[in-house]
Design a protein around this ligand. Sequence first.
Ligand code: TEU
Ligand code: CA
Length: 534
Amino acid sequence: MPLSRQNTTNQSRFPDGLVVYQIYPRSFKDSNNDGIGDLKGIISKLDYLADLGVNAIWLCPVYSSPMIDGGYDVSDYENVDPTFGSLKDLDTLIAQAARRNIQVLLDIVANHTSDKHAWFIESRSSLDNPKRNWYVWKDPTDSSSEPNNWLSVFGGPAWEYDPHTKQYYLHSFAKQQPDLNWQNPEVRQAMKNAMRFWLDRGIAGFRMDAVDWYAKDASLRDDLPNPAYNPSIDSPYNMLLHRHSKGQKEIYKYLQELSDVLLAYPDRYMLIEAHFDTLPGPQQFVDFYRKIDTRVAAPFNFSNLYLPWEAKRFETCINTFQSRLRPQDTPVYVSGSHDRTRLATRFGMGATRAAAMLFLTLPGIAVIYNGEEIGMENVQINTTSTQDIIERSITGRGQGRDGERTPMQWSSSRNAGFSDHTPWLPISSNYLTTNVQTEESQPDSLLNLYRQLINLRHTSPAIKIGTYQPLPTNHADLFAYLRIGGQQKLTVIINFSRSKSAPCPIVGEMLLSTHSSQVNTPLQPLEGRILQIP
Ligand code: TEU
Ligand code: CA
């Protein structure tokens, strides 16, 4: 019997059991030995990605860019930066990926452009330039300072004074990343055209960058002081509560316009980056689903990115989230990204196997950040090697992102097989053992566990299309849940304890153990199990 969806009302276009692999192109594979990853490097690794079993790759920006913010400062949305290759290379990547049943998602950075984008160069040229209102320009206040108290995510005010026209322009991120004025229908039209340009070239959809910032308070009212701000650990950005500088309700109108672009094509979709508050909980993401077109759109669920490795914290967060989703809401579980400390560093290497089983057996879409599947850890970057704008602008707080962006570790050869040239960021010292080639040869490696889990995600109806049901364990260290679908009933049970075994309360056929344990034995510390229930 064909695998029918458990939630028949679902109009979603997302492939069942979708596994998206996030690639930070700069650090994935260098094909021309300039020390920087590129598109031909990614093409050379498509067989590896097909063997891993991923269905889609999400490329961080490869558009023309001065690279102030790793490519998130775009100077031409319809071209590829020579650092990464050419438009032809991207067309080849899309075609070669399709031959391996791998879809390509691009990263739409639509809240802001580079200050070197032709649109901004025109806009800043004069007060009456036709593109003046494509960005957010404001007169100084009487006291000749910034129009309001808004802050940049990357430190300092969110306003930069332009002496040529004697006005300030808004930049929620770097001053080289002026915010587009999304209230302007011409801006929205231009962004939709950029999306169509790529959709016409055969991509499957997009990851939508920094969507929270699309809509600001029309009156530019000041943000409010954050009473919980702790100057010794928090980013200066969080000294304010961002009630007016982002997150206004117009976001949803804009997202519907972008969704309508996707709906005009078959089977296209978008994954949305929205952070809401600095430490978002499950409810913000649940609420978000009710305001978007869930046929083509779903938000990354970042709520578990901030959790400590504790069974009941994960149980409460995931059960709350899952219990409040509707059948048409597609969950998107993320365990890391180019902006967050790597999973193996957050939870420790010992927890990576159980974490992999958790994220890859939850419903909806699973997103893997490149290198996570081999247990890559954050690298301590010394100041002479710093590349990230956050580390350069908010120094000394360890908020820089270079540590999670170091080159992929392919082998134990020079530069971990990433390049024959000195890489743009240092390689982790653990590359001699933590690398694809070594782990491919080890049957019980983390890489091979990821392969087994992803294969199970594609072949097990309960995981691929099944429902999610909580399964109380009455044990502080255990988190378990049921996946039921396609005449299959599975239990996933994880022992979060780093030191204590725990009796396994579930009776069933062992499908997979992270520790190759025998059925009806206690769960070892940090062990995960998938059991088939008769
Ligand atoms: O990040 C948006 C965002 O939410 C930032 O606050 C992010 O958390 C930041 O990296 C602080 O850690 C997106 C991209 O993922 C990020 O890489 C870009 O720098 C940013 O937008 C601007 O485009
Ligand atoms: Ca290169």
